[in-house]
Ligand binder design. Structure first.
Ligand code: BDR
Ligand code: CA
Length: 308
């Protein structure tokens, strides 16, 4: 059983991460916190709370950073649409947000927890960076941070950089250099888990509320990924974080030095992961190297089936 806080910016693939995290047999989700990223903070927060309400999950949702530490907000409308979750219409919300800002929510929740907590990030790292700076004593309560972000090969928003890291490279720098155990799920593995239409059709047969959400979202996600990147199946980036906690054999990690490029040049936001240890620098991250694709899609299917 993992105690987790999930910080996210839903986002189609973030939504799938929430479906996975909602399984009580694996997770005690202490809260979901939100950040701007795929859309504005208002939209990603409303999306997160709507998913939680729709799936009838008993999880508090706290609204977080509306903008990165230094950069301007840049949303990802080409992939996630105007709402941030194009493809699914939720009913008007009945639930409310936790009254605390996500950063205070994270700090309070960690300090009040008897057990250590795993922090999971599927969006830009602004909230986690600010929480660590505001109250460094939370470090003692953090088991590890597992984040979707970066790439040791090519990027997806610039030749060098991945979206979550480039949204807030300075925040990523703080997190990666926190000396906490950092697990990075990079594009190098998430580009291997492509959600083809045949898989969407297979999931449609489950015919429950989670499958309806998944199918509607993935149809739009696939179409947009095809238009922008030419992929026949959308890479399911974010759920790899949660899935890697469900089965620790899913992802192969390598302990390496990672440097975040803060140069403001063409490689701004690049995660320079020293896979071959050229630089002999301190190893600060566990970087994803490989993934068991078949196991991943079984984990997704099992999660969707667990909803009534
Ligand atoms: C990341 O960017 C976002 O658009 C996705 O939700 C994912 O977190 C992939 O680069
Ligand atoms: Ca995301």
């Amino acid at each position: 059983m993992h105690n987790i806080i999930l910080d996210c910016d839903p986002g189609h693939d973030d939504a799938v991460a929430i479906i996975l995290a909602g399984q009580k047999k694996y997770f005690n989700v202490l809260g979901i916190t939100t950040t701007s990223g795929n859309q504005t903070i208002e939209k990603t927060s409303r999306n997160a709370l709507s998913i939680v309400e729709y799936l009838d999950l008993d999880i508090p949702v706290a609204k977080g950073a509306s903008e990165p530490l230094i950069r301007e907000v840049e949303v990802c409308e080409a992939i996630h649409g105007e709402s941030g979750l194009d493809g699914f219409e939720f009913k008007p919300l009945k639930r409310s947000f936790d009254s605390r800002h996500a950063i205070n929510f994270i700090i309070d929740t960690l300090l009040n927890s008897k057990e250590k907590v795993t922090l999971v990030a599927t969006g830009p790292l602004t909230n986690f960076a600010l929480a660590l700076k505001l109250n460094p004593s939370i470090r003692n309560k953090i088991d590890r941070i597992i984040l979707m972000g970066g790439s040791y090969q090519m990027g997806n928003v610039s030749p060098a950089s991945e979206f979550n890291i480039l949204c807030d490279p300075e925040a990523a720098f703080i997190v990666v250099n926190s000396k906490l155990p950092i697990y990075m799920i990079t594009l190098d593995v998430t580009r291997k888990v492509l959600c083809y239409n045949s898989y969407i059709e297979q999931i449609a047969k489950i015919n429950n509320k989670a499958s309806h959400l998944f199918v509607n979202l993935m149809q739009v996600f696939n179409k947009n990924q095809k238009e922008v990147f030419g992929y026949d199946g959308a890479p399911l980036h974010d759920p790899v974080t949660i899935a890697s906690l469900i089965d620790e054999n899913l992802v192969t990690f390598k302990h390496v030095n990672t440097e975040i490029d803060l140069s403001h040049g063409c490689s701004y936001g690049r995660t320079n992961c020293d896979i071959f240890d050229y630089l002999k620098k301190e190893k600060n991250t566990y970087v994803s190297i490989d993934i068991n694709v078949e196991m991943f899609f079984k984990i997704i299917e099992e999660a969707i089936k667990s909803y009534k």
